[in-house]
Design a protein. Structure first.
Length: 325
């Protein structure tokens, strides 16, 4: 009886201590923000734009940690298996959280249930791009080249990425028998190979290419947004060109491991939403052709959004017979 009494007393004393620790979070640094792709792409670029604001609001340093591989699923799994203490977060992304469930038979995490999804940061249109000096000037040229004996190669940020699947959808919708996919470990090496002439084209989010599209280094044949993108208004949408099935965006957000304590989740969500409301950050995102949702998409609503995305693109992956090891 005495032992049970002491254990009960200890538990009663521990609960306020736990609550105080959660409300005091964060008390140490750094807070890791895992980016599931290499430097230079959408997730990395936007994360580094946000980190100063997040660090200032939380009073502790937030550090970007790039953990690339397997379509972003390696970094996502690291977060899923981390302690839910608020010191390990991940940039949730359309590929590892929306596409991977459809192509990795042994995916080691559930993209919804194994995370505390906090807030969407932004989304951006994907574009099919070629070098400015390419003989391919239009989408019609591209389809004709793809139907020729030589065919066309397109790069993406990896097997199972949203841009890989977009190539598969294009092949189906345009009735192409030869559209060769060349996967890379991120956007930067894919761009390097296209500029070097190793591949003819690249599917990727617009974010890091706006400058090169404006200065004439690259040409975008089409964008995947429902309407034209203000940053590159001369580029038609796939829907305008008769390919509405290619209307989709690449989204990113902030998530933590499942079981993140409510006070920590609330604080992180508030900080993320405040950053997205900052006029300077919104302008910098617009310059990168990336836009926060019109109204904050947080918590359960963000988790539902991810779940719906999984259902849609899992069907696309299965229909295309895409399976990653």
């Amino acid at each position: 009886m005495q032992r049970r009494h002491l254990l009960g007393l200890a538990a009663g004393l521990a609960l306020p201590n736990i609550a105080r620790a959660q409300s005091a979070w964060p008390t140490r640094m750094p807070i890791r923000l895992i980016v599931t792709f290499p430097p230079g792409g959408l997730a990395d670029t936007v994360s580094r734009l946000l980190v100063p604001s997040l660090s200032a609001a939380l009073g502790q340093q937030v550090v970007v940690e790039n953990r690339a591989g397997a379509g972003g699923s390696i970094g996502a799994d690291m977060c899923a298996k981390a302690a839910p203490d608020g010191y390990t977060l991940v940039v949730s992304h359309a590929s590892p959280h929306g596409i991977a469930p459809g192509i990795y038979p042994q995916l080691p995490y559930d993209p919804v249930a194994d995370f505390s999804h906090l807030a969407m940061i932004c989304d951006t249109g994907n574009a099919l791009m070629v070098k400015a000096d390419s003989p391919i000037k239009t989408m019609a040229d591209y389809i004709a080249a793809a139907k020729s004996a030589r065919g066309v190669r397109y790069g993406s940020s990896g097997i199972g990425s949203i841009t890989h699947l977009m190539g598969e959808v294009l092949a189906k919708e345009a009735h192409l028998t030869k559209l060769d996919h060349v996967p890379y470990r991120g956007s930067a090496p894919a761009l390097q190979d296209m500029l070097a002439g190793q591949i003819e084209s690249l599917f990727d989010p617009l974010t890091t290419y706006v400058g090169m599209l404006k200065d004439g280094t690259l040409r975008a044949l089409a964008v995947s947004t429902p309407a034209r993108v203000p940053a590159v208004p001369s580029v038609p949408t796939f829907a305008e060109l008769g390919l509405p099935r290619l209307t989709c965006t690449t989204w990113i957000g902030i998530s933590g491991p499942k079981g993140l304590p409510a006070p920590i989740a609330t604080k992180l969500t508030e900080v993320a939403v405040a950053a997205m409301a900052n006029a300077d950050i919104r302008q910098k995102l617009a310059d990168l052709a990336s836009y926060p949702p019109p109204a904050p998409l947080t918590g359960a609503a963000y988790a539902r959004y991810i779940g719906d995305y999984v259902k849609e693109w899992t069907g696309v992956a299965k229909a295309a017979g895409i399976v990653a090891g």
